[in-house]
Design a binder for this molecule. Structure first.
Ligand code: GLN
Length: 244
């Protein structure tokens, strides 16, 4: 059902450290797709020394191992708060390096293990090969079911128990180049290796996340007004099936 005076809060986790390959485009997409529907967005950055505030949706981007070390320490100290947010239905979207830190740990090729916040039952170990290129993947909960993006990571992520894949790759490597899984989902926590940035070319996923954030805030299934996504899907379709 449509309602007026709607609002969602978005907490952007560590944008100064984790914002690779245009990941900020995901925030811009979420903001614009809310604005175009008259939904207010309360956007706030969370930096290394900040206490993380309650939000309807959290975003964390990708980054190099060095930046992940700083973020791992800052975020791990607030693991219990983030777990409580997840269990209250908050939406999380983590991209690549940020995704890795939503799991139990990221073990770089050299150096210490970086501890994650275990919102996803997954772990990551650095591999010898860097996966670079376009990705096409198919989900079982989105319409259309395809997701497209760009991957650049050496981390190999393995999912466990109730943490399920976001999608299955038809082009590219995804989580580990072996089991055909791409990304992860548990409750309203979503992780993916898809940079690009992801959401401008996958408006159906952007709207899915906005709907979940509204459901969480208003405890109600709120119908989103349809938008004219001709340009977005022209970009989406131009990548489908292409490796480079
Ligand atoms: N440093 C991590 C890796 O190489 C994440 C890279 C990224 O965020 N693109 O797997």
């Amino acid at each position: 059902m449509e309602r007026s005076n709607l609002k969602i809060s978005i907490g952007h986790l560590y944008p100064k450290q984790l914002n690779l390959y245009g990941d900020m485009g995901n925030i811009i997409t979420l903001k614009k797709r809310c604005e175009w529907r008259g939904i207010d967005v309360d956007y706030h950055e969370i930096n290394l020394d900040d206490n993380i505030l309650e939000s309807d949706l959290y975003f964390i981007g990708g980054g190099q191992d060095k930046e992940q070390i700083e973020v791992s320490k800052a975020m791990y100290s607030q693991k219990d708060f983030l777990t409580a947010q997840r269990d209250k239905g908050a939406v999380f979207l983590g991209i690549c390096g940020g995704y890795q830190l939503l799991g139990h740990y990221y073990q770089p090729f050299e150096g210490e293990r970086l501890f994650g916040v275990s919102l996803l039952d997954a772990y990551t170990v650095a591999g010898k090969k860097r996966f670079i290129g376009n990705v096409t993947a198919e989900s079982d909960f989105l319409a259309p079911n395809t997701l497209v993006g760009f991957e650049n990571h050496s981390g190999l992520t393995y999912l466990q128990n109730d943490t399920k894949p976001l999608a299955f790759v038809t082009v590219g490597n995804g989580n580990n180049g072996k089991d055909k899984t791409e990304g992860a989902r548990y409750k309203n926590v979503f992780g993916t290796y898809l940079h690009g940035s992801l959401l401008p070319k996958n408006p159906h996923l952007a709207d899915y996340l906005i709907s979940l954030a509204l459901d969480k805030r208003y405890n109600d299934k709120i119908q989103l007004k349809k938008l004219d996504d001709k340009i977005e899907y022209s970009a989406h379709n131009s990548v489908i099936g292409k490796a480079y």
